[in-house]
Ligand binder design. Structure first.
Ligand SMILES: Cc1cc2nc3c(=O)[nH]c(=O)nc-3n(C[C@H](O)[C@H](O)[C@H](O)COP(=O)(O)OP(=O)(O)OC[C@H]3O[C@@H](n4cnc5c(N)ncnc54)[C@H](O)[C@@H]3O)c2cc1C
Length: 404
């Protein structure tokens, strides 16, 4: 191979791909636009499906050291506080899926990935390298950065997120699709929580057109709160007073514990919630995208980063097994990943509708969710939590099962 493989973007997906390749001795150069490699300072949930990937990357211990294993994920009625449904995340989940469910500070996850990358000689991390263009010349790919540098390599991996410039050239499907919802995120000290907040579980308070998710972080010293709601101003920047007024209106009839949490929220930053339609082909020649650049999803299942990590590891396997035919490796990778990730995207949209249902639809949703047993819940999540097949592990899992 001529030079290192180029990865655009040092987020969770880009670093996972770099580590997967570097551990196989394949040279990689990660070009990150920000002045430093790092993550925004909020929490993240990771399902059991991500652990076989961490094992491949040698990260399991480092990640678990910084994680909390919550007792359950529970959905509460945003008005009464009554439990609608529960996913147990302790022993029964570990027995069923073989791995834990965790919550972790994004900075800690990012640092685990970065530390591991820094120990691998084959990986070069280049900050302040905002990629502005690339060209696939057939025998190699060249990229140029905003400050005039140029790099060349045998393949280009676009791990550059929701507004990927690599995707723009391969797919050209414009801006992401906003769904009219926004998110505000905050981390507060655990000691400052109002009365009546459950602290050892992941809670989703579900209301018509709004929700709040919260969970503990860092040895239960911190508490992560995410408030998400529908608003006509989803694509406009407001000020603190206008954001506060919207929240007061939206959550006017919410449970007092939710209001207590909202009072603690730092409203400086707002994220517009959006995704894209799934696509079949996201690799072309010597270039592919992965993670949010390939299949951005709504947060319904808390699986966007999990999919990015699965992508990174899977891509490492495909490239390692086909170094002399990079285009075949990349198209094999995209083929292997597209159905699973498209299902995440589409099911996330459908279940987002459940979480935020209004009127009779909400009554029906709550009744249906309440009727679900633990076995029902695990059955619904099995297609996600049973995990992804890697190319070296043979036929798809369901065929192996059917064959006994
Ligand atoms: C509110 C919210 C809650 C979420 N909760 C969860 C959760 O609990 N669990 C979960 O699994 N997922 C969750 N997600 C989704 C998850 O955050 C994303 O799916 C994941 O971060 C995608 O990783 P990525 O590496 O593909 O992209 P990104 O994290 O977006 O990383 C892209 C990187 O590329 C860099 N970059 C961009 N353009 C360029 C360029 N031109 N040149 C160089 N560098 C560039 C960026 O600076 C960045 O570092 C959540 C998302 C949101 C919005």
């Amino acid at each position: 191979m001529s030079g290192p493989i180029l990865v655009v973007g040092g987020g969770i997906g880009g670093l996972s791909a770099a580590l997967a390749l570097g551990l196989k001795g394949i040279p990689v150069r990660v070009l990150e636009g920000a002045p430093e490699f790092g993550a925004i300072g909020y929490g993240i949930q990771l399902g059991p499906n991500v652990f076989p990937m961490f094992e491949k990357l040698g990260l399991t211990e480092a990640v678990l050291q910084k994680s909390i294993l919550p007792d359950a994920c529970v959905m509460l009625d945003a008005f009464t506080g009554d439990e609608i449904t529960r996913v147990p995340t302790q022993q029964s989940l570990r027995e069923r899926f073989g791995h834990p469910y965790i919550v972790i500070h994004r900075i800690d996850l990012h640092n685990a990935l970065l530390d591991a990358c820094r120990k691998v000689g084959a990986i070069e991390l280049v900050p302040e390298a905002q990629v502005t263009a690339y060209e696939d010349r057939g025998d190699a790919v060249t990229v140029s950065t905003a400050d005039g540098r140029a790099y060349s390599g045998p393949a280009l991996i676009g791990a550059d997120g929701l507004r990927s410039i690599v995707r723009a050239k391969i797919v050209g499907d414009g801006e992401p699709r906003p769904i009219g919802y926004v998110a505000h995120r905050t981390i507060v000290p655990m000691t400052q929580l109002p009365e009546g907040v459950q602290t050892n579980v992941v809670v989703l308070w579900a209301g018509p057109g709004f929700h709040i998710v919260h969970y503990p972080l860092r040895d239960h010293s911190l508490f992560n709160i995410v408030a998400v709601f529908k608003t006509a101003t989803y694509d406009k920047k407001g000020d603190l007073a206008s954001y506060r007024a919207e929240i007061d209106r939206t959550y006017a009839n919410a449970h007092p514990a939710m209001k207590g949490l909202l009072d603690m929220m730092d409203l400086d930053r707002r994220w517009t919630i959006g995704d894209r339609d799934p696509i079949r082909h996201w690799a072309k020649g010597r270039v592919t995208v992965l993670g949010d650049a390939a299949h951005p999803t709504l947060q319904t299942f808390a699986q966007g980063a999990c999919m990015a990590i699965e992508d990174g590891v899977t891509l490492g396997e495909y490239i390692a097994s086909s170094l002399d035919d990079i285009p075949a490796a990349l198209s094999g990778f995209a083929r292997a990943r597209y159905l699973r990730t498209a299902r995440i995207q589409l099911e996330s949209r459908r279940v987002w509708g459940d979480y935020h249902a209004e009127g009779v639809a909400r009554d029906v949703m709550m009744q249906a969710y309440r009727e679900m047993s633990e076995a029902d819940v695990f059955r619904c999540l099995a297609w996600i939590y049973d995990g992804a097949e890697l190319p070296d592990s043979g036929r798809p899992r369901n065929l192996k099962r059917a064959a006994g």
